[in-house]
Design a binder for this molecule. Structure first.
Ligand SMILES: C[S@@+](CC[C@H](N)C(=O)[O-])C[C@H]1O[C@@H](n2cnc3c(N)ncnc32)[C@H](O)[C@@H]1O
Length: 187
């Protein structure tokens, strides 16, 4: 599947999508753990969902922004010829329509809510399933040079990382690939 036009659109319209290095790590994780079904929180225009589909995965993906959803719908219509992607228009904070379990959950939505998404969706993981979180380094911003709001966001991410490290139900590895990723395996 050639997604270069989707990537180009993202660049030209400032849509944040997974970096190549992060996608390579996601692909490796999918292969290592023989992932067949994935849930994604944060579709944007469907780039990472379509990428996962191109690795042979069935993907349910949730997006709350109507403009993103519309473009994602078009992209999925164009590229998802094998019908592997199901796009759900909803706010993942309150959505309660999940009707199956997954081998992998990819969290890539509002960074300040990562702990909420993690706690809310972990029950939909299969035994030995994986939760991957993107942007865990959040662009390696210099804390002395950011706004108060961004600093608060970085602090929230720090707290989330500490919680992951302490969580005995999962084994978590942190990677610096892309914008930083955590890979947590349900024990
Ligand atoms: C970084 S982008 C996703 C990029 C996409 N995963 C990719 O790599 O191609 C984050 C997306 O999450 C969406 N989002 C943020 N909070 C959300 C929520 N509570 N529920 C659903 N989508 C959300 C945003 O609207 C945005 O489109």
């Amino acid at each position: 599947m050639d997604l270069s036009l989707v990537k180009k659109y993202a660049k030209e319209n400032n849509v944040p999508i997974i970096l190549d290095e992060g996608l390579a790590l996601l692909k490796k994780t999918i292969e290592t753990y023989h992932v067949k079904d994935a849930l994604e929180i944060g579709s944007a225009i469907g780039y990472s969902a379509l990428s996962m589909a191109s690795f042979g995965v069935y993907v349910d993906t949730i997006e709350r922004d109507p403009r993103m959803y519309k473009v994602a719908m078009q992209n999925i219509g164009t590229y998802d010829t094998e019908k592997r992607v199901r796009l759900i228009f909803a706010d993942a904070i309150s959505y309660d329509g999940i009707d199956k379990t997954y081998d992998l959950i990819f969290i890539d939505a509002a960074k300040s809510k990562y702990h909420v998404f993690f706690d809310r969706y972990k029950k939909y993981l299969n035994k030995g399933g994986i939760i991957v979180c993107d942007n865990m380094n959040f662009h390696n911003l210099d804390r002395s040079k950011v706004t108060r709001r961004t600093r608060q966001l970085l602090e929230k991410l720090d707290t989330f990382k500490e919680e992951l490290q302490k969580n005995k139900d999962f084994e978590t590895i942190f990677y610096n690939d892309g914008d930083g990723m955590s890979v947590s395996r349900l024990l």
